[in-house]
Design a protein around this ligand. Structure first.
Ligand code: ZN
Length: 512
């Protein structure tokens, strides 16, 4: 680790001190103690070696890929520091999320602090929580980092009440200690603990661990597992291979919520199961599962270059959120019909809903898709949903590529190329121009104009004109609560048009 690398990895945020650690610090050890019967907080100890100087410790304000300032430091309490002789060290608050600690003598430094779970976050997807029978750890919400030592290896030990089990995607040394190569990998590895129920299913050479934090009301577990297998198989078939051998799903039973939802990590997802999902759990969870699993490629394996050097202290802007989230949404929709979990005809209804939702957004006509992800950090009132907008753009882009290179290329080809690029040793993310280049190569035509119109542009979209020659009519009604679009395949569809849609919607044909 060189000083130059440390500074560049922090996007130029720091010039302050703590080079004192450089000579000795080999790793950072965290211990988390939970005693749910006695207190509703996480007790944390962080230990490392340091030389005399000023240390800079911080809690993340933001985490990779999440367009949200979480200010995890809000929930930190009773932060104290001690030297190797257990003498108290002076701790000074530097800014809302950073503390400075003066170290007089070289040796081990121990930081003790508590973190109270953020009970204001009803979804608890990007935060840690505790309850009587267990809890979960979102590392960004618990672990302080040494500002210019993010590359140090990490070890983590949990002290939990005795019958509780813990599940994590972190590597375990087999003696109750988890290890991570660096802070970023620690943040990408949620942990779940408590009276857990677990089963493992396999699809091809992929093991998928299904971990439940509580027993669910009765549901069709056979169809549930089959749907998970079908989705893994379909997404694997698209990409050809996966960036993992084992994938973990941490399910949270949430009878206090009507619906569910999820959040992705590199080799895991967290999924809430709300009570209305129990009406048909295997179908209701499938869209979320397909979306979050797709992120293992689109977001985790390949990602916007802006995310390659995440600065935890602040906002990290990218104009590509429409591709990260919206195109993932498009593939979740496609996966549901390609796997047969939903009938193929449903695709047109789902795209109709997405287009209606996008066209009724407050920012539609005034904000471009590429701007929407940048503005999202402040939740503007003139918002434009890049999930819906990106799904629409992904759909239209897929049609354009398929039209340009009939039966040869598609957006699938672009996704595979992005994944192949990410496997290169020197990979550090893609930019919009890389995307345009891959699209042009796949289509064997210059489609840069598509990006000008639908990604950078703000103008109206003539959906009927774009879909008519493919045998799909687009209707639009303006009612009191906005515009409603409807896509319907025409009865007089030609054989070529039928083949076009079959290639797009059929799992067996998606290799194109
Ligand atoms: Zn997502």
């Amino acid at each position: 680790m060189t000083v130059a690398r440390q500074v560049s990895s922090l996007a130029g945020t720091l010039l302050l001190a703590s080079l004192s650690l450089h000579a000795q610090a080999k790793q950072v050890q965290y211990t988390v103690e939970v005693d749910a019967a006695k207190s509703a907080v996480f007790h944390i100890t962080m230990q490392f070696t340091a030389q005399p100087g000023t240390l800079r410790l911080a809690m993340p304000a933001s985490t990779p890929g999440e367009i949200d300032i979480k200010n995890h430091a809000r929930y930190v309490m009773r932060l104290e520091a001690f030297d190797q002789q257990a003498r108290s060290l002076a701790v000074r608050r530097f800014d809302k999320q950073t503390w400075l600690i003066d170290v007089q003598k070289s040796g081990t430094v121990a930081i003790h602090y508590d973190v109270r779970p953020n009970t204001r976050d009803p979804l608890r997807l990007g935060t840690s929580w505790l309850q009587e029978n267990g809890g979960s750890i979102e590392p960004a919400s618990l672990f302080l980092y040494l500002s210019n030592h993010l590359d140090l290896p990490i070890s983590l030990r949990l002290k939990l009440p005795s019958p509780w089990k813990v599940v994590s995607t972190l590597h375990s040394d087999g003696k109750g200690t988890f290890v991570a190569a660096d802070y970023r990998r620690l943040l990408d590895s949620p942990l779940q603990f408590g009276l857990l129920e677990e089963r493992t299913i396999t699809e091809g050479n992929i093991r998928c661990r299904l971990v439940f934090d509580a027993p669910l009301p009765p549901y069709d577990a056979l169809t549930f597992d089959q749907n998970i297998r079908k989705i893994i198989r379909s997404e694997l078939q698209l990409f050809g291979r996966a960036p993992f051998d084992e994938y973990t799903v941490l399910f949270h039973w949430r009878p206090d919520l009507d619906f569910g939802g999820g959040i992705e990590h590199g080799k895991a997802m967290i999924m809430n199961i709300g009570k209305k999902w129990m009406l048909d759990l295997p179908t209701n969870m499938a869209g979320t599962f397909a979306h979050e699993l797709f992120h293992a490629w689109n977001a985790e394996a390949f990602y916007p270059r802006d995310f390659a050097r995440w600065d935890y202290a602040r906002e990290n802007y990218t104009s590509l959120m429409w591709f990260v989230e919206g195109v993932t949404n498009y593939y979740a929709t496609l996966t549901l019909v390609r796997t047969g979990i939903l009938p193929k005809e449903k695709f047109y209804a789902m795209m109709s809903n997405t287009i209606s939702s996008y066209e009724n957004e407050p920012g539609r006509g005034f904000v471009s898709l590429r701007e929407s992800g940048i503005a999202e950090w402040i939740r503007p009132i003139e918002s434009l949903d890049y999930y819906a907008g990106g799904e629409v753009a992904g759909f239209l882009l897929d049609l354009e590529i398929r039209r340009a290179a009939p039966n040869r290329s598609s957006l699938d080809t672009v996704m595979r190329a992005l994944y192949a690029q990410s496997e290169r040793a020197d990979y550090h993310g893609y930019e919009e121009q890389d995307l345009v280049k891959l699209v042009n190569e796949s289509a064997a035509r210059d489609l840069a104009g598509f990006f000008d119109l639908y990604v950078r542009g703000k103008g109206p979209i003539d959906y009927d004109r774009l879909l008519r020659d493919l045998g799909v009519a687009v209707g639009m009604k303006v009612e009191q609560d906005g515009k409603t679009y409807s896509l319907s395949p025409v009865d007089s569809m030609t054989t070529d048009q039928r083949t076009f849609w079959q290639l797009l919607l059929d799992s067996a044909a998606q290799g194109s």
